[in-house]
Design a protein around this ligand. Structure first.
Ligand code: PMP
Ligand code: GLN
Length: 400
């Protein structure tokens, strides 16, 4: 396009008249997921980096959304979400986790989990408040805490021969008068750790008698393997009474690009959440809400998800056993972490780039999930892929 002719500036030109901004997020660049996906595309690599399925969703889900559009569900929905969808979410949480959220005052539909997480942080973290995050930490939490003027306090998971674990005694030691919020994530991205009842008990012991709130990121709630139970915070009344619980339809229904999720919280917390939500997105697109609500009438798709992904996980793990990568446990999510110290001494970022450009399989360096970029010699692969995609990746990974 001839930008000069139509009076526009190209994206690389800067007008001397444009006022300078002081960044609110000095530490933020383009996310590792975007960068590795771009590199994978340039290199023609199999993209096991950014977490998204390379297969479609069920056609009946698409039909349900189309039907909603044709039925003229196309104007603003209620700010908190279409009642039918809030009802479907409430019914699901009740059936699976035994907590009866009030669907009018305690559930809000969001534009994906990222928006839910940021909105929850903005509504309860004030300047100077401390927020405990568990490292490795999902990339959106710390920038949201920073935007709110909060202070992230990282507690590192322990990495042992048998995998990652949350050291609750260190979490307890990090709590002080300024601690306002703790953010947990189960099943956990990137380590695939699934918190157990004992972990939730340890968390209860820490928050009891304090003013601390909990933000529980449960977007992989339906991806738990080996018969493990998803320990939703909503199962535990003593935790649920002070928690925002977040999930995402993108993960559950193989539609990461739809950007639709939800948050459940006690009415007093939700009232504050909605004050921010109302002037941030106001509401989430109507036909998808109606389409998803009718699709949710059948619980089979999410009840079948553990078996669906466990098969892929096992296929991927069995293949990797023939390589020089060392497998870490993967009890949940659609990620598999591996050690590569028998293959290379490179940093994780350099190794992931080399794998992408030379071996043609993209991965994510786990160091990107640490504020100080801790090196553990571990990268993350996503196995939410068609079997033939996994087979091609495994063939290549066996050569290193
Ligand atoms: N939390 C975690 C742990 C995630 O892995 C992701 C996305 N992969 C999100 C939140 C964001 O979900 P959404 O795409 O619905 O915003
Ligand atoms: N959550 C996805 C992952 O961990 C990426 C989502 C994104 O690109 N923002 O790979």
């Amino acid at each position: 396009m001839d930008c000069a002719r139509i009076g526009l500036l190209s994206t690389t030109q800067h007008s001397p008249m444009t006022p300078q901004l002081t960044t609110r997020l000095p530490a933020v660049g383009t996310t590792v997921f975007t960068r590795m996906s771009q590199l994978a595309a340039q290199a023609g690599a199999v993209n096991l980096g950014q977490g998204f399925p390379d297969f479609g969703c069920e056609r009946s889900l698409i039909s349900a959304v189309n039907d909603a559009m044709l039925a003229d569900f196309n104007q603003y929905p209620m700010m908190s979400g279409a009642p039918v969808l809030r009802q479907a979410i409430g019914t699901k949480i009740g059936a699976l986790y035994g907590h009866a959220y009030n669907v009018d005052s305690e559930i809000t539909v969001t534009a994906g989990a990222t928006q839910a997480l940021t909105t929850a942080i903005l509504c309860c973290v004030h300047p100077g408040d401390e927020v405990i995050v568990i490292e490795p930490v999902y990339d959106s939490y710390v920038p949201a805490i920073t935007l709110a003027g909060g202070v992230p306090v990282a507690v590192e998971m322990e990495v042992t021969a048998t995998g990652y674990a949350v050291p609750w005694s260190k979490v307890a030691a990090a709590v002080n008068r300024k601690t306002r919020l703790i953010i947990i994530n189960t099943p956990h991205n990137p380590t695939s750790t699934v918190l157990r009842a004992a972990d939730l008990q340890a968390l209860s012991d820490i928050v009891r008698g304090t003013e601390m709130l909990i933000l529980s990121d449960e977007v992989y709630e339906h991806m738990v393997y080996e018969g493990h139970r998803h320990e939703s915070v909503s199962r535990y009344p003593a935790l649920a009474e002070r928690a925002f619980v977040v999930s995402s339809f993108g993960k559950t229904y193989h539609v990461t690009g739809w950007k639709i999720g939800y948050v459940a919280a006690p009415a007093a917390l939700m009232a504050e959440f909605r004050k921010v939500h109302q002037y941030n997105v106001f509401s989430v697109n109507t036909p998808m809400q109606h389409g998803i609500a009718s699709y949710m009438a059948d619980p089979t798709p999410y009840l079948d998800l553990p078996a669906f992904y466990q098969r892929k996980r096992d296929l991927f793990r069995d293949g990797l056993k023939k390589s020089r990568f060392e497998l870490l446990p993967a009890d949940g999510t659609y990620f598999q972490c591996v050690r590569y110290d028998k293959i290379s001494t490179q940093t994780e970022a350099a190794f992931a780039e080399w794998l992408t450009t030379e071996i043609k399989v993209a991965a994510i360096p786990v160091s990107a999930f640490y504020q100080q970029g801790k090196e553990s010699g571990i990268v993350r692969f996503c196995f939410a892929k068609q079997d033939n995609t996994l087979a091609l990746a495994l063939e290549r990974l066996a050569t290193v």
